[in-house]
Design a protein around this ligand. Structure first.
Ligand SMILES: *Cc1c(COP(=O)(O)O)cnc(C)c1O
Length: 360
């Protein structure tokens, strides 16, 4: 390990521990042999428990976008409704159209959440058979009210409920089955604290039945290919086996910590960061009550030089925070506090920010 590396406090990819890298560095095994099948089978119950689902959990060797695109391609027959509230969710609408799907959007200003009544009003028209929602819009730091939205979705059982929880999975409790989520997906480089390159997704029976009726699913991301291989404890193509070793290590680690303790740790880090921001005269970028737990998007209402702050932190302390995404670059800054971070490491970082703020 390069000890003098820049430690990442950006909201993904996040810092990966030496122990995790060590767990990933094991001899390769054949992906059609019993060694792999045992590994695959051994993590399924752990994943199902963590994601509160009985659905099969598939592993895609891609970043999250692979599965985000796949969900639209596999599940939309009529028209997909994309809920847009920031860079990632706005892009999903664009991706739906690029896939040749009929698509419409609900669009709110960055910093605002998607509310259940907006969804109800659109779905009432009966035009849609799929909906995409980003639970935690990482670009704006908004966490959408998933439970309230899920309650509305229950009125529309023919509309596939596709939820991106890329930056919330393992940091926030998501009760997949109770919420009626048809596709729950995430990449590994955010709250999982694994390197980028693997996506994890749970798919409902309803969704598999729908996919069977939708043409043009392709091969690499065909949900039915994932299912038939899953039944043999395999993936459709050669997966990133090191990632799956790493995933196993992480699942064991989460069990050891206890999931409730892990959730409490994440909430504590969020509280510390929000309190810090407030006490320094900053406001949060998201509308009050909708702040993400795994990262904080702080509004630059004090008009500091964000780029200069980033550089000072990097030069003096070898840590990297984010300087704001897309249209809010420089108007906000983001601190990731997820994965292996702790109240102590976050407190240390905030002290370093304080120090660098003095020099601006
Ligand atoms: C990071 C992120 C993505 C994109 O993930 P990739 O791994 O780059 O494909 C999608 N959605 C959300 C909410 C994210 O935070």
């Amino acid at each position: 390990m390069n000890q003098s590396h820049i430690k990442l406090f950006i909201p993904g990819p996040v810092e990966v521990s030496p122990e995790t890298f060590c767990a990933m560095s094991q001899p390769m095994i054949g992906h059609r042999g019993s060694g792999f099948q045992d590994l695959y089978a051994s993590i399924q119950p752990q994943l199902r428990k963590l994601l509160f689902t009985q659905n099969p959990i598939f592993l895609s060797t891609s970043s999250a976008w692979g599965v985000m695109e796949a969900a639209v391609r596999n599940l939309t027959s009529k028209k997909v409704l994309n809920c847009c509230c920031g860079a990632f969710s706005d892009k999903w609408f664009d991706v739906s159209k690029r896939c040749g799907k009929e698509a419409d959007q609900i669009k709110v200003e960055w910093g605002q959440p998607i509310l259940p009544e907006m969804i109800d009003a659109k779905l009432k028209t009966g035009q849609f058979d799929a909906l995409t929602l980003i639970h935690n819009e990482t670009s704006t730091g908004v966490m959408n009210p998933l439970a309230d939205i899920a309650a509305v979705m229950k009125k529309y059982p023919d509309v596939m409920f596709i939820v991106d929880c890329v930056s919330s999975m393992t940091g926030v409790k998501i009760e997949t089955d109770a919420l009626g989520i048809d596709v729950l997906l995430a990449g590994t480089q955010k709250a999982w604290a694994l390197p980028p390159g693997l996506a994890i997704f749970a798919v409902s029976d309803r969704a598999l039945q729908r996919a069977a009726t939708v043409p043009g699913r392709g091969y690499y991301f065909d949900f039915l290919e994932f299912k038939s291989n899953h039944d043999k404890n395999m993936t459709p193509s050669t997966p990133s086996i090191p990632h799956i070793y790493g995933l196993k290590f992480k699942l064991d680690q989460i069990e050891k910590e206890g999931f409730e303790n892990r959730l409490a740790r994440h909430l504590k880090m969020a509280t510390i960061t929000r309190d810090w921001a407030k006490s320094r005269g900053f406001e949060m970028f998201p509308k009050a009550g909708y702040e993400a737990i795994t990262l904080s998007c702080v509004k630059n209402n004090k008009n500091i030089d964000v780029a200069k702050l980033q550089k000072a932190l990097k030069d003096k302390y070898k840590v990297l925070i984010d300087g704001g995404y897309g249209q809010i670059k420089g108007k906000s800054f983001r601190i990731g506090h997820m994965g292996d971070e702790t109240p102590a490491t976050v407190t240390e970082l905030l002290g370093q920010i304080d120090d660098c703020l003095k020099t601006l």
